[in-house]
Write a protein that binds this ligand. Structure first.
Ligand SMILES: Cc1ncc(C[n+]2csc(CCOP(=O)(O)OP(=O)(O)O)c2C)c(N)n1
Ligand SMILES: [Mg+2]
Length: 350
């Protein structure tokens, strides 16, 4: 396999502080708080799943928070965002309501999808999250269609599709790249290249580890970056999203990252039966997007350890309270299971 990512995929590199210059203080604080909130929410899910309190699988994205947070900081609620099986961060970066996520994962009627979806079928139209599905790559053409619609409706909204390195092995992703370019659809393809699809490393699946080669093939401008550097992501995406809102067609951003947990649930050292290197996991944890931003902000005196402690303590209490509340919420009524299968229509045919 060609290592076209070079150092970007090396867990021993990119441990230094971030370049926070040019990003205003409030944005930095929002991004840090959002990443911490997502991490702690997923830690609650990990431990509750381990305890057997959650009925279905949870695909955790701890370690990858900078991606959704850096991108979402630039979005407006009328944009159209699509995720997949590992989408807690994609949703929480738009709407931080972890109580509704807990309720959804527990199948309660107070959840984001009224308890009908669980961890992999999340939906929150008000914040622009048009859904996640477990069918890998299934949402990518929907994001292209939503972006085309936004252009036809003469808005400056964009579509966003989060895509894993494994998802690009599905043909529909390539059709989506092609069609979006031909129709000048304002869709941002966000490649979360965490080097693995389930248990398989990218070297066992593809001739190159660099997904942005497909952007070149489709003449789509792209950027390739450290996916654990929220400032670099924010700056690069800002340029791309501004271009798209001003009439440009698709853009692709490839972000190299790693997940702290295995493919599914709480274990970190197994991946569907195949062990990942524990050294790699430890090194990637040291390349953590949260501690790198926090340290950089503390060094630059725009954030203090005390502020972080206060924030995390309050957050821990709120998370515990929300979890307990979601646990005691009701399950949906059995009779409502068919209610959301068909769209309600006013066109009554005789
Ligand atoms: C169409 C389809 N094929 C296979 C699967 C099984 N599957 C679930 S997740 C996954 C790996 C996806 O890898 P990637 O896109 O890199 O996302 P990651 O899990 O790394 O976040 C696979 C193969 C599926 N859910 N849907
Ligand atoms: Mg992957």
């Amino acid at each position: 396999m060609k290592n076209n990512l070079l150092d970007l995929s090396n867990p021993e590199k990119f441990h230094e502080n971030l370049d926070i210059k040019g990003i205003d203080k409030n944005t930095l604080i929002n991004m840090l708080k959002s990443m911490i909130l997502i991490r702690k929410t997923e830690q609650q899910l990990a431990s509750s799943r381990k305890e057997g309190l959650i009925g279905g699988p949870v695909h955790l994205g701890a370690g990858q928070e900078a991606i959704a947070v850096g991108i979402s900081e630039l979005l407006q609620s009328s944009d159209r965002v699509f995720g997949a099986h590992r989408s807690h961060s994609h949703l929480l970066a738009l709407n931080p309501d972890f109580y509704k996520l807990f309720a959804e994962v527990l199948g309660k009627e107070t959840g984001f999808s009224k308890g009908m979806g669980g961890s992999m079928h999340l939906f929150d139209q008000e914040s622009g999250f048009y859904g996640s599905v477990p069918i890998v790559s299934g949402t990518v053409p929907l994001a292209v269609g939503a972006a085309m619609a936004a252009r036809m409706q003469e808005t400056n909204d964009i579509g966003v599709a989060y895509i894993g390195d494994g998802a690009v092995e599905e043909g529909v992703v390539h059709e989506s790249f092609n069609l979006s370019k031909v129709h000048n659809a304002p869709v941002l393809f966000v490649i979360e290249n965490n080097l693995f699809a389930s248990h398989m490393h990218i070297s066992l699946r593809q001739p190159s580890d660099m997904i942005s080669r497909f952007a070149t093939a489709n003449n789509i401008p792209y950027k390739l970056l450290d996916g654990n550097d929220v400032c670099a992501i924010y700056n690069a995406a800002k340029e791309q999203i501004t271009e798209m809102r001003n009439g440009a067609g698709p853009r692709l951003i490839e972000l190299v990252t790693y997940r702290h947990y295995g493919h599914v649930d709480w274990r970190d050292d197994v991946d569907v039966g195949v062990a990942r290197s524990l050294d790699d996991i430890e090194n990637w944890k040291a390349r953590d997007p949260i501690s790198r931003l926090s340290k950089s902000m503390i060094i630059n005196e725009i954030w203090t350890i005390d502020e972080e402690e206060i924030y995390t303590k309050e957050l821990d209490a709120l998370i515990a309270e929300s979890w307990n509340k979601a646990m005691s919420d009701k399950y949906p009524n059995m009779n409502s299971t068919l209610e959301y299968v068909y769209a309600k229509s006013n066109n009554k045919t005789k």
